[in-house]
Design a protein around this ligand. Structure first.
Ligand code: V1D
Ligand code: CA
Length: 434
């Protein structure tokens, strides 16, 4: 290989590791179920799966699909979903129809079906598709076939073992992490959705192999009303849940510096073998349900920073209710994952181009902002308390165990990849609630 005079070692990653001072490009896979955007929660419901279709069109419009391997995942099976969810709950989701509300009023209440989580046509299939894509992504990571796996239809962080919650029915994140724990000793879960990642936290609350970190709005009332700083895990999982409760109106600089100042020492202390990043886009300014002032660049900066540690990473979606901004953010974050810079001017031949009027850009200006109620002192206190928590966590046995254990089960056929309770309880010592 010959370097031309004008070429400096800093200029191009293609010169190989000896000359390159920039991080190498990562292998990226995109797990895309083309049907998942076709489900409807209901006209007045804020959750619109169609946003995923719009995001995919932007990704393709910029040609980003040429920079990664795109997979069409199969739907998750009943047994795969039963590795976390209770069978009677899955059975109910599979059988129920939108007309059943009056006949099964008690069952609806038991499983928390209602205004937030209505029964819509195909609710079970929708959940299978979202979960199937996250499981597919997790398999590519565990088999070492990718460095970053993306599923924008995933991130449904509120679903519980036998309960729907906050627009989520099946917790694709918990399913993916359970699969990852068969190969990876420790998984770090980071959640930048404006809501507390309660379902994932609860599933691993007693485990020291999954550290959950959620940044969210908290005032004891904002949905789901959990996630104060003092919720930090129990039993063997004590200190392995971290919560960063924030107030209205946080902006780019405050959020990204807090994120970096907490996530860097967290990674250095916990030494995760894999990271799952939930990129809920309701933390963006102008979100229909959100109260933060984040720009798409700042949201993406969290992805860029997390990626810079070169740790295998599953990237999933989550909330996000101003559809065009959700699509913009997830497209921009796809470009970050594949290391391609994309112009802010949106590609003209994209379907849905008109949707992005009047500016037709990836990074529209945030003009009106919500009043910022986060004082510098409050954020500094949160940072200090987070670092204190990491000191306790650093002495935990799971963190001291640096070596990756051999594959306990060997490579299984896809259908066998569901986990059974015995495996979870005895081998991995991961407890799921309920
Ligand atoms: F505005 C609505 C209109 C129709 C149906 C529901 C809503 C709505 C808005 N906000 N529901 C909410 C939140 N629910 C409540 C309930 C009132 N009860 C006492 C509780 O405040 C739920 C917000 C869910 C947010 C989900 C999420 O963004 O975190 C998400 N992440 O991944 C997928 C979704
Ligand atoms: Ca969150």
């Amino acid at each position: 290989m010959v370097l031309e005079e004008t070429d400096t070692p800093f200029k191009d990653v293609e010169y190989g590791s000896f000359f390159s001072f920039r991080p190498q490009k990562r292998r990226v896979t995109y797990h895309l179920d083309e049907q998942v955007g076709n489900y409807h929660y209901g006209d007045k419901h804020p959750m619109k799966p169609h946003r995923i279709t719009i995001a995919n069109h932007l990704v393709m419009g910029y040609g980003l699909h040429n920079k990664m391997d795109v997979y069409s995942p199969r739907k998750a099976t009943f047994n795969e979903m039963a590795s976390f969810h209770r069978e009677d709950y899955l059975d109910f989701l599979q059988r129920v129809t939108p007309d059943d509300a009056e006949t099964y009023a008690d069952t609806f209440q038991n499983f928390n079906i209602g205004a937030d989580c209505p029964i819509f046509d195909g609710v079970y299939e929708f959940s299978q598709r979202s979960a199937g894509a996250s499981l597919d992504a997790s398999r590519k990571l565990t088999q070492g076939q990718t460095d970053i796996a993306i599923n924008w239809s995933g991130g449904l962080h509120h679903a519980k073992r036998a309960e729907a919650s906050g627009f989520c029915y099946v917790n694709d994140i918990v399913l993916a992490i359970l699969n990852m724990l068969r190969y990876f000793p420790r998984v770090l879960y980071i959640d930048i959705d404006i809501h507390h990642g309660d379902g994932v936290q609860q599933a691993f609350y007693e485990s020291d192999r999954v550290l959950t970190v959620s940044f969210h709005k908290y005032n004891g009332d904002f949905f789901p009303a959990t996630g104060n700083f003092d919720e930090n895990g129990i039993k063997g999982g004590k200190y392995f849940a971290m919560n960063i409760p924030l107030d209205d109106g946080i902006g780019d600089d405050q959020y990204t510096s807090l994120y970096k100042s907490i996530i860097e020492p967290t990674i250095n202390t916990f030494q995760p073998s894999a990271i799952v990043l939930q990129c809920g886009a309701d933390s963006l300014g102008y979100d229909r349900l959100g109260v933060f002032n984040l720009s798409i660049r700042a949201h993406g900066e969290c992805v860029k920073f997390t990626k810079s540690f070169n740790i295998p990473m599953l990237v999933v979606g989550g909330g996000g209710y101003t559809l065009r901004n959700v699509a913009r953010a997830w497209c921009y974050e796809t470009s970050i994952c594949v290391d391609e810079s994309v112009p802010s001017q949106l590609p003209k031949d994209t379907s849905y181009y008109e949707f992005f009027s009047p500016d037709y850009t990836l990074h529209p200006k945030l003009i009106t902002k919500i009043e910022n109620k986060n004082s510098p002192k409050m954020l500094e206190d949160l940072r200090i308390r987070a670092l204190e928590q990491l000191r306790y966590l650093g002495s935990a046995p799971s963190v001291q165990m640096q070596q990756i254990p051999p594959d306990l089960t060997g490579h299984l056929d896809e259908e066998d990849e569901c986990l059974n309770d015995e495996f979870l309880d005895k081998v991995l010592d991961v407890r799921v609630n309920g």
